[in-house]
Design a protein around this ligand. Structure first.
Ligand code: S3P
Length: 185
C-alpha cells in the first residue's frame, strides 16, 4: 500500500495524456484528481477559448499559476496542468518546492493524432496547426525535461500502463530524494 505525501504534477504538451493518465493515477493511489484547465474555467466562469479571446494569454497564465498554487495547498493529489503551465518560472518554482513533477513525453505525431480533431485549444488555431504543435514541442521540450521524472506516453500503452509507469518512476526518484513522495505501508 502506497500513501502519497505530496502532490504529483503532470506536465507536457497538449495531447500527452495528462488528464486521462492523471485520472487513472489518482484512482490507483486513491487520492483526488485536479486539472488546472478545469480549475481555471471554474474560477473564471469562462471556457479557455473565451478567456484567451476576452483577456488574452497573459491573463490566462496568471490564473493558471494562481489556481495551481491553490491546488498545491490542498491534500496530496494528482494534478494535471495545461501544456504551457510548466513554462512559467513561477509555476516551476512552486512545483519544485511542493510537489513531484512528471513529464509525460510523447512524439509529436502521437500528440498530433490526439489533438487534431479536438477543438478548444486556442494556441492551435493557426493556418498550420501541426507546424505550431511541432514548434511548441521543440521550444518546450528542454523545459519539460527539467521535471523530476520523465515517462514515455507512446500512444500504444494503455492509460493504466502509463499510470503504473509513473508510479514506478516516482518510486525510483524517491530512492534518491531527500523528501520522498510515497510512504509504503
Ligand atoms: C495550452 C494547453 C492547454 C490549455 C491552453 C494552453 C498550452 O491545455 O492550457 O489551451 O499552452 O500548451 P492541455 O495541455 O491540457 O491541452
Amino acid at each position: 500500500m502506497i500513501r502519497l505525501k505530496r502532490c504529483i504534477v503532470l506536465v507536457g504538451l497538449m495531447g500527452a495524456g495528462k488528464t486521462s493518465v492523471g485520472r487513472r493515477l489518482a484512482d490507483l493511489l486513491k487520492v483526488r484528481f485536479h486539472d488546472t484547465d478545469d480549475a481555471v474555467e471554474e474560477a473564471s466562469s469562462m471556457s479557455i477559448p473565451e478567456l484567451f479571446e476576452s483577456f488574452g494569454e497573459p491573463e490566462f497564465r496568471r490564473l493558471e499559476a494562481a489556481v495551481l498554487g491553490r491546488l498545491l495547498e490542498q491534500a496530496p493529489a494528482v494534478i494535471s496542468t495545461g501544456g504551457g503551465a510548466f513554462m512559467q518560472p513561477v509555476v516551476r518554482s512552486l512545483v519544485a518546492t511542493q510537489a513531484v513533477s512528471v513529464w509525460l513525453k510523447a512524439d509529436v505525431e502521437v500528440l498530433w493524432a490526439r489533438v487534431r480533431d479536438k477543438p478548444g485549444r486556442p494556441l492551435l488555431q493557426t493556418d498550420d496547426p501541426f507546424a505550431t504543435l511541432l514548434a511548441l514541442h521543440e521550444a518546450r521540450a528542454p523545459t519539460y525535461a527539467t521535471a523530476d521524472v520523465t515517462v514515455g506516453s507512446t500512444g500504444v500503452d494503455s492509460q493504466d500502463d502509463v499510470a503504473k509507469a509513473v508510479i514506478r518512476a516516482i518510486g525510483a526518484f524517491d530512492a534518491e530524494a531527500q523528501s520522498p513522495s510515497f510512504e509504503r505501508r
